[in-house]
Design a protein around this ligand. Sequence first.
Ligand code: NZQ
Ligand code: ZN
Length: 386
Amino acid sequence: MNAFDYSYPVRIHFGAGCADKALADEFANIDGKTVMIAYGGGSVKRTGLFDRIAKLLKDAGKTIVEFGGIMPNPTYAKVQEGAELARQNNVDFILAVGGGSVIDCCKIVSAQARLDKDIWDYEYKEGKHPTEFVPMGAVVTVSGTGAENNNGAVITNEELQEKAPLGGSFAQFAVLDPEITRTVPMPQVISGAFDTLSHCMETYMGAPRTVNVSDEMNEAVQRNVIRNMRALSANPDDMNARSELMWDSAMAENGILKLGKQTDFQAHMIEHQLGAYTDCNHGRGLAVIHPSLYRHLVDDATPQLARLAREVWDVKETDDRKAALAGIDALESFIKDMGLPTRFSQMGITDADEIFHKVADTCILTGGCARKLPREEIYQLLHEVA
Ligand code: NZQ
Ligand code: ZN
């Protein structure tokens, strides 16, 4: 294990039906009167969740500012719109009600509203990180990203054609009520859960690649995700499976599985850049990339991929290289069983040679993985699963 310091700033309220009481308790403790409710394309209005939350805020004596229309793969322009709204209305608290897109957007709105400089330049050109934030909280309406647990946000800068991470605010609290996720369309539920599995795998593949407690917990979370994805796709009313997946999502991103490790988010860095050019669904893009990436890494991380195969996919093969390949095959079969794509053409991304060139030329290359793929090999990989 590498050395680490660990503390965790987010207060979690978890459980089916926990939302109303948790929010009433939290709202009573918000300093200031003006609360901005941030949400996506309108599901919160259709499901009645917005009205429920608005009533609780009014009961707590708060004034509401609405910031709606945050799109999947939130844009930098949307961040600026939110920051301007927060400034104009002297917002005291931001409540993100949504999935990764809404929560990520709010993390940066929270920082940009208190920063006089352009936050993209501040982070990428000056190499600085914001320290002043409008306080925020999160109500998770679709799980998978675990975005409520960290202060990293993934924002699409349309002008620069980059989808890249920015550092923003942590939520002071997060409400994870699996009942709220019942209305999420099943394809989104499955792609979100695959994102969780991807976060586990990307963490697992980082150094050190010797047996350690973080990786052994990681294997347990992966087994749990796989079992519950199968259960939930067979029965979308399985609230136990829904709850388990929601906590798996948090576990993958609350830092616990990353302790003592470098992480390898190489599949994510490729997928994010693909998202910048195609606006594709995050979990579905990852499903296409992962098996192919691991076939490229099989000789660089043979023991680790073999252990993953045996512990997570129950592969019995004794030869490490054959076991590693069998594990990758099992992952790919599972992806197909879940109705996720294994080729970009299944996502409507066709004739994409130019896009693949751009993605390979511009994605961030990570250093924590078994081998940093050169750009030419990323381009080749993308074509293999076109
Ligand atoms: O916009 P609305 O109308 O709300 O619809 C959303 C959206 O279309 C819908 N939805 C959400 N809750 C619902 C619901 N529909 C019905 N009932 C509900 N209760 O679901 C759709 C997808 O929402 P979105 O927030 O985009 O999905 P997700 O949570 O998968 O977030 C994806 C974003 O998170 C980033 C991704 O790159 C992507 O931009 N990520 C953030 C991470 C982080 N901060 O740690 C880690 C991830 O790796 C990821 O990169
Ligand atoms: Zn992800």
